[in-house]
Design a protein around this ligand. Structure first.
Ligand code: ZN
Length: 324
């Protein structure tokens, strides 16, 4: 475990015997399952009970394959197992890394530096450029597949210890984002599949199920916040990034069986009881701004307002400028 203290040079996590798949995200597959099983102190027990009672599959299935994202995470009705595409997982990590890094480099560090009147936190054009490049790569995976260049682009498998914070913090947000996704699917498995299978439901029913799955997932996760709150911010940032990752697929936020994506984001952030100056508001604002740029939606982050008010203002713009 020498890499933990390594300060310079290459870190390579890949071990052929443990890591399956071709994409560099493979080094975190075991971690997402472990983090999900330990969502809160009682969860492992709850999981084994419901697995026995409801016939939910124990297995979290990763669908391997070097192809574009064809499906976002889902649960199959017949075997009640959760499926995650490897390329989707790569996409999610890239979103976590790029939005977080762009946030640090463009928003957070400049703010602190101007407070101190000097460059306490290093602004690094190369780090920012690579984060932008990785953001472009993430969006590309929605339309087509291309190999993730481990030599040039940030990735969780192979990186320099000098830049480890830009990999290992996103790793943490990524596993938290996955925890939210898996808990959401788990709630569907426990509470909704029977109803869906046995009844012919109106679309409005599905929307209620989606809202309930988000809400209950966050409640499960909140039970896992330690009394000293040391893991609270990574959990909050992970959920924020997890929901933001749903935006970049299309220019609109409406769905027939899903609530509007911006409404899901608003509900989640409210449910997390964020402080008025939480980093999550800024991260959400940046993510929405990037989405606005992607589809020319004319969304602006009003920097005159405090972040919480600016977020509300941004949501209003989404409702007015798009079909949101
Ligand atoms: Zn759902």
């Amino acid at each position: 475990m020498n890499w933990i203290f390594q300060k310079e040079g290459e870190i390579n996590h890949y071990r052929e015997r443990f890591h399956f798949g071709n994409q560099p995200i493979r080094v975190l597959h075991n971690m997402i399952v472990f983090i999900f099983q330990n969502t809160n102190p009682d969860f492992e027990k709850e999981l084994s009970n419901t697995i026995a009672e409801k016939g939910i599959s124990k297995q979290i299935n990763i669908v391997y394959g070097d192809h574009r994202i064809t499906k976002t995470p889902f649960i199959k009705f017949d075997d009640r197992a959760i499926y995650l595409e490897e390329t989707f997982l790569s996409y999610l990590w890239c979103i976590c890394h790029s939005i977080y890094t762009i946030y640090l480099q463009k928003i957070d560090f400049p703010k602190h530096n101007s407070y101190y009147g000097k460059e306490v936190y290093k602004i690094d054009d190369e780090i920012l450029e690579k984060a932008n490049e990785l953001f472009r790569y993430a969006k590309f995976l929605i339309v087509d597949f291309e190999t993730w260049d481990k030599e040039k682009l940030p990735n969780p498998e192979k990186y320099l210890a000098e830049y480890r914070d830009y990999i290992e913090q996103p790793n943490c947000f990524y596993t938290e984002a996955n925890k939210f996704i898996l808990c959401h699917e788990y709630i569907h498995a426990v509470k909704h599949i029977d109803e869906i299978v046995n009844n012919k439901l109106e679309n409005s029913h599905y929307i209620e199920f989606e809202k309930e799955a988000d809400f209950e997932a966050i409640e499960l996760i909140k039970k896992g916040i330690f009394p000293n709150k040391i893991n609270e911010l990574p959990i909050q940032i992970g959920i924020t990034l997890g929901i933001l990752s749903m935006f970049f697929f299309k220019a609109t936020t409406t769905g027939i069986k899903h609530p509007n994506t911006e409404d899901r984001l608003v509900s989640a952030l409210n449910q997390l009881n964020l402080s008025a100056d939480s980093e999550c508001w800024g991260i959400a604002l940046l993510g929405l701004e990037l989405w606005g740029e992607q589809f020319n939606l004319n969304l602006t982050w009003n920097k005159q307002l405090n972040v919480k008010d600016a977020f509300e203002d941004m949501i209003k713009q989404i409702k007015e400028n798009t079909n949101g």
